[in-house]
Structures are given as C-alpha cells and as structure tokens.
Design a protein around this ligand. Structure first.
Ligand code: IVH
Length: 779
C-alpha cells in the first residue's frame, strides 16, 4: 500500500487530467463511472487524512455551504471594457488609427468571438486557483471563488510548467446552449424556475449564494486574456499568450485566429457571422485585438477601454415595442401557440409585427400582458420571439393573460397533456386550421388511399370551402370539382383558352371522383389510422382493429379499456379517448358512415380479451394513485361490479384488505369530479365486452395462436423481453426451454444449447432477420 499523500497526489493528477480532457479538450479518456470511483476514493482519503485536503483538490468542485454575501475584491489591474464598432467603416477607422500611431501598415490582429456571458478574473498562486471575482465596475468585483470552483472547465490547478508565481487569467463564464436547453427542459418538467437566456443563466448562476446550486448549472468558461502577472513572464503576443493558456489547461476558443489588417478582420467577421447559429454558445459579435504586446502598450487606453482592441458587434437582435394583442395560432398538428401582435418594429433589418410566445408556460414565466412594452428578439433565421417584459412601463390596467379554454377557430376544447408544455386544440378533424393536414393524412396511401388527391387539390378544395372536414370528400361530385377548378383558374388568371372556347376537360375530375368512390370500401385498421388520432400510428391502429374488431364498439369505449391492447399505454389510451370524446370528431365519423364509407372486416373482439376483462384490471387501468396490482386484485375479489365499488363506504376498502393509505387514496380519487362516472362507464363497457368476446379458444386474431415459441441468444434490434411481448401479442405462448412441444425457436446472436436442441429435434428456427420480417408483416 502506497502512503496516503502519494496516493492522494496520484488521484488528483488522474482526476485533473480526466476533467481537462472532458471539459476543455472535449476528448474524454475515462468513463464517468471510473471518474466517480476515483473521486470517491480521494474523498475518503481526504476524510481520513484531513491534512491532505487542499482548496484546489478536485473534491472541492461539489460546492461548499452557502455564504451570506460576497466579499469585495479589488482588481490589481482594472478589468476594462471595449469600444464598439457597428460598421465596416468603423472597423477600418480602428485599424487606421493604430497604423498611424505605430507608423506600420498591415498589422496582425487576434480575432476572437465575443462570448455572451459574464467576465471574470481568476487568480492563481504557485499554480493553484486561489480567488475568482466578477468584473463588477471594473475596479472591484465580487468574490465568487466558491462558485467558480464548481465550474469544471476552470482548472483548479495549472497543468504543464513555466507558469508565473502569480497569474490572473481573464475570461468569460457562459452557459452553452445545449446545457441551457437541457436545464430549462428539466426545470419545466419539475416546475422549477426557467432561465430567460444563456447569458442571464450564466450571470444568475455565478451570483448564487449557495455554491451547491451553482454546481448544478451547466456552466463553461473561455479564457481570453490576462491581468496581473508576477514572478514570471508571458509571450510577447496575445495569440501566443492564448496558446500558453491553453497549455496550462484553460479552454480557449477554437475560433480565435490571427488575421492581417482591416480586410482580414472583416473577412473574419463574415465567416463567424455565418457560423454563428451553429456555434455551441451565444456570441454577440467578435473582438479584434492588436496581437503584439509592445504595440498594445504604445497604443494605451482611452477612459476605460483599450485603444488596441475593439468589439465588432452583430446588428442588434433585440428591440423594444408594445404588445397590441395576444392571439392563439393553431398549427397543423393542433398545437396552440400564443402569438404577440406587435406595434411594428425594425429588428436586425426586418420589420417585425408578430412574435411567438412559444407556449403558455413561457407567457406565464415572462408574464407578458397586452399593453406591455416588450423586448423582441430575432436571432438568425429563427422566428422573432418575445424575450422579456419591461415591467416599469406596464400600464396600470394590464391584465394577466390566460390560455383560452376553447379553440378560437373551431370552438373545441384546448387541452394539455400531463408534463407537456404544448396545448392543443382537440378539434382535430373538425378544426379548419388542422383540416388540410388532416385531409392530407386521411387521403394518404396507407390511410384511405385516395389516388390523385394531391396537396394542390386539398388546398384549393379547402380554400373554396368544399371541404369542411374529411367527411366532405364523400360529398364531392363532378360538378363540384369542375366548379372548383373554374374558380381557381379565375382567381389565378389561368383560365385556358380551350375553356374560354367552351371546352372543359373533365377526365381528371372523373378520375378523382372514381378514386374517392373506390376508397369508400376500407378496413378498420386503415379507417382508424386515417382519423389521425394523436399517437395512433399504423401499428396501433392495426392492434386496435385486431383486438376489438368493430368501429361501433371502439368509438364508444371509455379510454381505460384501450389499455387492454398490448403496446397501448396510458398516454395513447387517453389520446384515443379524448379524440372520441369530442362531439365534432364523432360527427365526422357519423358523416363518413352516412356517406357510404364501409368497413369490410368487422369482426368480434378477440378471445384474448377474456383474461383481462375484470374489475381488478380495470382499476389498474385507471391509474389510481396507490392502487397497485395487489390492491386492485384485493378490490376485484371483494367487489363484484364497478357499481358496488362506487357505492361502498371507504371502510369497505379496508375490509377488502387495503391499507388505510390506499383506501383513502381510492376514496379521494372517487370524490374527484368525473372519476366515479368514468369508473361506472368503464364498468358498463367491461360488461358489454365480456358479453361480446367469444368464449373458449376460438380466438380471431393472431398468426401465432397456439404456437409455443422459445427465444434464445441476443437480438440486435430489440431486447428479448420486447421480442417476447410482440410475439405474445400475435398469439404465441412463450416457453423457456426447447422440447418436442416447441413450435418455433427464434435464435439470436450467440445462441447456445437451445439452438442445438432445436436443430436436433428438427424444430423450425428463425434468425433475427426472419423475425423482423415476420413482425413487419404482422404489425
Ligand atoms: S477582451 C481589454 N475578449 O466583452 C479587453 N472580451 O465589453 C477586455 N468579452 O466584459 C475584454 N468575449 O466580458 C474580450 N474574446 C473576448 C471577449 C470579451 C467576450 C466580453 C467581456 C467584456 C466585454 C467587453
């Protein structure tokens, strides 16, 4: 066993190295789990030998206890700001001023992205990070050392050799876009506070009094300069200094470049501008710095900015204006997006009159109200958005905004799924905003397969009011189509000479009417898929058709019953239920049937439903808090119908064997509006289904009915469990070992004795490809 001090030093060096590779070089060399293991070992060692603990140990990155307030730090060398250039001529003036003063032409500059974060100064003594401060007013800032220790891209100990005894490194702490998005997604999911933008995210995180909170924020760092240097020397150009900082373990922007003269600077500006949207972080411009330090000293400063450097800003992407209205826009998939109608304003060269508010959460977070003065942002090709509200300017009578409960276009309910930020109009087929997309889907090849009904026809037929819903397709006749064509030609000024001369082409219209007519006869699976219910793709439609067999049955089932179909979970079941709950959707189904749509393959529900059609399963389907399998079974035994359960007093649930907690949870659930009614409805549907389902084994669906299947070896495309579920859904019985009774063996990678046995017994064997082929043919 080595001595503890040596072991600690070894661990630190391994951990520092791994962290540098991960956070600075972006080339990880050990798995996360290994890093965690080494870190834990070091923590234990330091706990056992407190004298070994140093402030620059990697264990100190986790964040210490909070402090009451930040101490003030005076900057030994002031942290300057930069002058701005907004145009080519201002950049040329900048270069000319330097050339004139230094009497040298075509100078070399270091050109760098201007990161949008928070400027900080890091002090290292003998290679150890000892203090970090914000810029503050430039002369003094706040001591945020504890918070900066948690930023993994900041080295706690310098790498390599040759560093000065005292070194101040300056740079920007920022929040990469991906980290920002991830952080906000998580905050939304867990009801936390959402960050307004990466820049505020970085600034707010660093100014947390509790470093443990900072440690959870995805912060990064770029070094772009130096402050105080004592007891050592640095190279005599800025670019070489950056290279040295990189060797010592600091992240330095990979976009930094040395360029020549004004043309070089402008070329750099162009090329970064093009890359801007693709960068992993926000920038608001570029910075040009005279590369040689002697020249910098000669140029000196004006007020608080150097004469040897300048920021070339991208056009302002933010402007202030007022909100005239907040309206709801219904997208093609029904997503309800709030949009702010604005007093028109120029942003980055374009007049902006509307800005997206993304979703109701975003409005709630920003608290945008009609009448507010807001900051509108337009970044790259992105749709303009409202980035913030200037609260000081809010009119007294401004009212908080709320998502309307009904769709402004079709009047259907606007709903939101649990955990989702997006609200949706549930009108689906009956909502004109969603109509074109719905019709396109309805007519598509794998749905009702109406040949020749292309996007143009759908557009024109909708625009001229021939199609209010998909059901209207079956009302169209030859005259309608010809009339529509005539109106389109008139509108577009494209009436052909032949038509003017009295000859009307009718062949296309006859073909279309025929194609529509042909599509009337369809299968249940196609019909269900064609309805465009959210989460119901082809395979779910097929499963629903296989299991229930009958549209009239399906369209009146309460949602929990859909969960009896394999692969249909709570979310999908609710989505189907919600679709069917909308009167507009039921009317569309009625109209389709009234206009001659015929489902040719109606059959009885599958016998496989038998096993699961009982009260216990129904209670489980309803997702009642604290009603687990065991509890549901107990209730199923104690009560013989949903009605009996609804009528029972709470103590009967306890008598049935439920712990008080579960009994109360069930009682509370039943109290909530709608729940008891849903249970009764579902109970009645259960009884109906029980009466319909064929008794005995004459099941209707399942190509693998009666077959015993053994799965062996590893599959590449899915787990064995998943494969088993799919095969069961098709009627197979799974078995664990191969015998004479086995009908089929599915053998994956490295299948062993079971495969051998199957070969010996001459049992049918499938490889993975064959399995996939089969599953595809029987979705
Ligand atoms: S140099 C003496 N380089 O921009 C020069 N600043 O207005 C001092 N910034 O507060 C700054 N990226 O936070 C420099 N590559 C970069 C920069 C940069 C962002 C920020 C910095 C500073 C502000 C200057």
């Amino acid at each position: 066993m080595t001595n503890p001090a040596a072991r600690a030093a070894r661990l630190r060096s391994q951990l520092e190295d791994a962290s540098h590779r991960y956070h600075v070089l972006d080339e990880p060399n050990i798995p996360d789990a290994e890093y965690d293991r080494l870190l834990r070992e070091l923590e234990e060692l330091e706990a056992a030998h407190p004298e070994l603990l140093t402030p620059d140990s990697p264990t100190q990155r986790v964040g210490n206890a909070p402090s009451a307030k930040f101490a003030e730090v005076r900057h030994a060398i002031p942290m300057l700001s930069l002058g701005n250039a907004f145009s080519e001529s201002e950049v040329r003036d900048f270069v000319r001023r330097i050339e004139e003063k230094l009497r040298r032409p075509v100078l070399e500059f270091s050109a760098e992205p201007k990161l949008d974060g928070l400027a900080i100064s890091l002090r290292y003594e003998d290679g150890s990070f000892v203090q970090g401060a914000t810029r503050g007013d430039g002369a003094s800032g706040e001591d945020v050392t504890a918070n900066l220790r948690t930023v993994k891209a900041i080295p706690l100990h310098l790498r390599g050799t040759g560093w000065p005894q005292v070194l101040e490194v300056r740079g920007e702490v920022y929040m990469p876009r991906a980290g920002f998005e991830r952080y906000n997604e998580n905050a939304r999911l867990h009801g936390g506070k959402v960050l307004a933008n990466p820049r505020n995210g970085a600034a707010g995180s660093l100014r947390q009094l509790d470093p443990r909170l900072t440690a959870q924020r995805p912060l990064a760092f770029f070094a772009y300069g130096i402050g105080l240097v004592e007891g050592g020397a640095l190279p005599d150009t800025h670019s070489a200094t950056l290279a040295r900082l990189r060797e010592w373990g600091f992240p330095v922007s990979a976009e930094s470049k040395v360029v020549q003269g004004a043309d070089g600077l402008l070329g750099y500006y162009q090329s970064i501008g093009k890359k801007r949207d693709a960068l992993a972080f926000d920038i608001d411009g570029v910075v040009y710095k005279l590369d040689d330090n002697a020249g910098q000293r000669e140029m000196g400063f004006v007020s608080r900015a150097p004469r040897w450097a300048i920021a070339h800003k991208f056009p302002a992407q933010e402007q202030a204006t007022t909100v005239e209205a907040i309206e709801i826009q219904i997208g093609r998939t029904g997503a309800a997006t709030p949009v702010a109608r604005l007093n028109p304003v120029q942003v980055a060269g374009v007049v902006v009159t509307n800005a997206t508010l993304h979703n109701a959460d975003q409005i709630a977070r920003l608290d945008v109200r009609v009448g507010d003065t807001v900051i509108v942002r337009r970044a790259g090709d992105v749709i303009p958005e409202v980035a913030g509200v200037m609260l000081e300017q809010r009119p007294k009578n401004a009212m908080p905004w709320a998502m309307p409960s009904t769709c402004p276009i079709c009047g259907s309910e606007i709903v939101r799924e649990e955990g989702e930020a997006v609200w949706r109009c549930s009108g689906e087929l009956s909502c004109p905003a969603q109509r074109k997309e719905a019709i396109r889907h309805f007519a598509s090849r794998r749905a009702m397969d109406i040949e020749g009904l292309g996007d143009r026809f759908i557009e024109d037929l909708s625009d001229f009011g021939y199609l209010q819903s998909v059901a209207d397709l079956y009302k169209l006749n030859l005259e309608d189509l010809l009339e529509m064509k005539r109106r389109v030609d008139e509108r577009d000024g494209t009436t052909p000479e032949t038509v003017k001369a009295g000859k009307v082409a009718t062949r296309w219209a006859e073909n279309l009417v025929e194609a529509i007519d042909r599509s009337r006869k369809t299968t249940l699976e196609r019909f269900l898929f064609a309805l465009g219910i959210q989460h119901v793709g082809e395979s779910t439609a097929k499963a629903l058709a296989n299991w229930f067999g009958d549209l009239e049955l399906i369209r009146h089932l309460p949602w929990p019953l859909f969960k009896h179909v394999p692969d249909v979970g709570g979310e999908v079941a609710r989505s189907i239920g919600h679709f069917l709950d909308q009167p507009g959707n039921q009317q569309v189904i009625d109209a389709l049937l009234a206009r001659g749509v015929v489902i040719s393959d109606t059959h009885l529900p599958t016998a496989k439903l038998q096993e699961s059609l009982d009260l216990a399963n129904l209670l489980l389907d309803l997702e009642i808090p604290k009603i687990t399998r065991i509890r549901a079974d107990q209730l199923g035994k104690a009560f013989d119908s949903a009605q009996a359960l609804v009528d029972a007093p709470t103590h009967h649930f306890v008598t049935a064997g439920l712990p008080a907690e579960s009994a109360e949870s069930l009682a509370a659930w039943l109290e909530k509006p709608g729940n008891a009614a849903l249970l009764l409805l579902a109970g009645a549907a259960l009884a109906t289904l029980q009466a319909m389902v064929p008794q005995g084994d004459e099941s209707t669906a399942g190509p693998l009915d009666g077959k015993t299947v053994v799965l062996t070896g590893g599959l590449a495309s899915m787990s064995r469990g998943q494969a088993g579920e799919k095969l069961e859904a098709l009627g197979a019985k799974l078995a664990g070992s191969v015998s004479k009774k086995t009908s089929l063996v599915v053998a994956g990678e490295a299948a062993g004795s079971k495969l051998a046995k199957a070969e010996e017994l001459g049992i049918e064997i499938w490889d993975e490809a064959r399995l996939l082929e089969f599953l595809e043919a029987n979705p």
